[in-house]
Design a protein around this ligand. Structure first.
Ligand SMILES: NC(=O)CC[C@H](N)C(=O)O
Length: 306
């Protein structure tokens, strides 16, 4: 296995760079379409704290659905397992991330916490038990990343709120089944702010080390139990890439979570956390070049979980 180095990561980025021209930047949230389409970055933080990076690893972008892992993690510290899993499932959806069809058929219980419906239920739970859920998330991510100036991109959050018909439909449908307890627009605002967290690859890779390190953050603090960290990794393998989870597992073989901002966070348990960013998306909404970099990396390292 080759040694990890910044030079190795540079080489991988150069190999996939042509793909940055092929993906489509998300435009259904207008503010997301304003990003530089050809950006490409990667950062790795190993479980013993080494950092490797290449390309646009220090440019912040909208983490979008990567935040669904963070909100679930906070929920796991405030709710018992039973309370969470009676309201949201653990199965892959096989459907687009913002689909309504399955939700109607399954009586308002989302398949998993990593599709929009599931994350909205998790935000609804946080709204019930936290006095200031937005502030709590900022404190959480600042602690995980060791970076005090991480913030929400209010322009992106507002843009999402102005184009929220589908998420609102999802939330109201769940409310009609009794699986949504708080005010819909209040919870959506929290959800959109979480999606609008603005972070770079280095900050993301550092933050998600807790999933590679059995629940312990970079600074050694316990965030989750080893069992909870393993369970989140399991959910990421089966549902982190939406209806592309099977293809992604086949190509890359790592637990991962994508966002329509073009970021992907991936984990090799007990070894490292990896953040990649390239805004061009495939038809499912996963970063095209980002997936390709992770595929090359897993081949190069000969190391994945599968
Ligand atoms: N896949 C994503 O990143 C989707 C998140 C986005 N904020 C939405 O709700 O549609």
């Amino acid at each position: 296995m080759p040694e990890l180095s910044n030079a190795l990561l540079e080489t991988l980025l150069e190999q996939v760079r042509p793909l940055t021209a092929r993906g489509a930047v998300a435009s259904y949230i207008p503010a997301l379409a304003e990003v530089p389409a050809h950006a490409l970055g990667i950062a790795i933080v190993t479980s013993d704290g080494q950092l490797f990076q290449a390309g646009d690893a220090q440019t912040r972008f909208s983490v979008q659905s990567i935040s669904k892992v963070l909100s679930l993690s906070v929920a796991l510290t405030r709710y018992s397992d039973d309370e969470i899993w009676q309201r949201v499932g653990k199965e892959p959806s096989g459907q687009p991330f913002n689909s309504l069809v399955q939700l109607e058929l399954e009586h308002g219980k989302p398949r998993n916490p990593f599709i929009n419906a599931g994350a909205l239920v998790v935000c609804d739970m946080l709204e019930t038990r936290l006095t200031a859920p937005r502030q709590r998330m900022l404190e959480f991510i600042r602690q995980l990343s060791g970076t005090a100036d991480i913030n929400y991109d209010r322009h992106v959050a507002r843009s999402e709120y102005e184009h929220s018909a589908r998420n609102a439909a999802i939330a109201w449908l769940m409310k009609s089944f009794g699986n949504f307890h708080n005010d819909v627009s209040k919870v959506m605002q929290t959800y959109f702010h979480y999606c609008a967290l603005s972070m770079n690859c280095v900050e993301l890779a550092r933050s998600f080390v807790y999933l590679a390190n059995q629940g312990k953050a970079v600074d050694g603090t316990t965030i989750l139990t080893p069992r909870q960290a393993r369970q989140i990794n399991a959910l990421m393998i089966t549902s982190g890439m939406y209806d592309g989870a099977g293809e992604f597992a086949w190509r890359v073989g790592m637990p991962a979570k994508s966002g329509v901002g073009g970021g992907i966070i991936a984990v090799i348990p007990n070894k490292m956390s990896i953040a990649v960013w390239s805004p061009g998306l495939d038809a499912i909404g996963n970063s095209l070049a980002g997936t390709a970099v992770l595929e090359l990396l897993s081949e190069q390292l000969g190391s994945s979980v599968l």
